[in-house]
Design a protein around this ligand. Structure first.
Ligand SMILES: Cc1cc2nc3c(=O)[nH]c(=O)nc-3n(C[C@H](O)[C@H](O)[C@H](O)COP(=O)(O)O)c2cc1C
Ligand SMILES: Nc1ncnc2c1ncn2[C@@H]1O[C@H](COP(=O)(O)OP(=O)(O)O)[C@@H](O)[C@H]1O
Length: 190
């Protein structure tokens, strides 16, 4: 009953398995339990730390964004990546971005190890949905992550990776037109 009420209220205890065992509740249907755990984890992962605001200097990545993919991505230094809350999983996200005092633009961001390239180090890579005339290495990139699109994936070809990223970009553009996201621009100061 507690569990059903908790679900209705949208409240999920973080480590509810140990809570259940502490309360000595009997769970008869293991499959249902596992599926609930998965759904709860998914729900908390997607919601608790968003919107997430961060900023940092733009550093050099592996030089593949522009050259191989035609989609440049601005990389953050290690300390910015390490500061990410634990419940922001690897994957593809959308939000707002600002370079120094530029206007605020839509962005998509990939967080993780880029399975296609099998990177050794976790990265946060932002594609700003705007055409810049010049690179902006060394400048401060501010972002707010607002929503999740999908997990990181591996692909058979670069073409598939590119097509998927373009579809992420279209999805981000659409999502960010929602009126409620306008107010999240408050994270940026002029
Ligand atoms: C929106 C978006 C989605 C991405 N999704 C994936 C993915 O699913 N798998 C993957 O291996 N890399 C993914 N990437 C990362 C690209 O592979 C990465 O930008 C590319 O390796 C360029 O890295 P570099 O700029 O550090 O050289 C994504 C990048 C963006 C911008
Ligand atoms: N729309 C854009 N979004 C992100 N970065 C851009 C954009 N336009 C230009 N850039 C520049 O391109 C750089 C990324 O280029 P890229 O080829 O991915 O190389 P690397 O990842 O090795 O730094 C960014 O650091 C930034 O200076």
């Amino acid at each position: 009953m507690f569990w059903i009420n908790a679900q209705r209220k949208g409240y999920y205890p973080r480590n509810f398995i140990s809570l259940i065992s502490k309360l000595s509740l009997k769970v008869h249907n293991t499959h249902a339990l596992i599926s609930s755990v998965y759904q709860v984890r998914l729900k908390t992962t997607m919601t608790t730390s968003l919107p997430y605001y961060t900023s940092g200097e733009v550093i050099k990545g592996f030089g593949r964004g522009s050259k191989q993919l035609g989609i440049p991505t601005a990389n953050y230094p290690r300390d910015v990546v390490q500061k990410l809350p634990r419940d922001i999983n690897t994957g593809v996200y959308y939000g707002w971005a600002q370079v120094e005092n530029s206007p605020i633009y839509k962005m998509v961001m990939s967080i993780g190890w880029n399975p296609f390239y099998k990177n050794k180090e976790k990265s946060m890579e932002t594609y700003i949905i705007h055409k810049f005339d010049e690179d902006f290495y060394g400048q401060i990139l501010k972002i707010v992550i607002l929503g999740y699109i999908r997990p990181e994936m591996d692909f058979k070809t670069v073409e598939e990776l590119k097509e998927t990223i373009w579809s992420d970009i279209r999805q981000a553009e659409k999502e960010l037109d929602r009126p409620e996201y306008e107010q999240q621009k408050k994270y940026f100061h002029k």
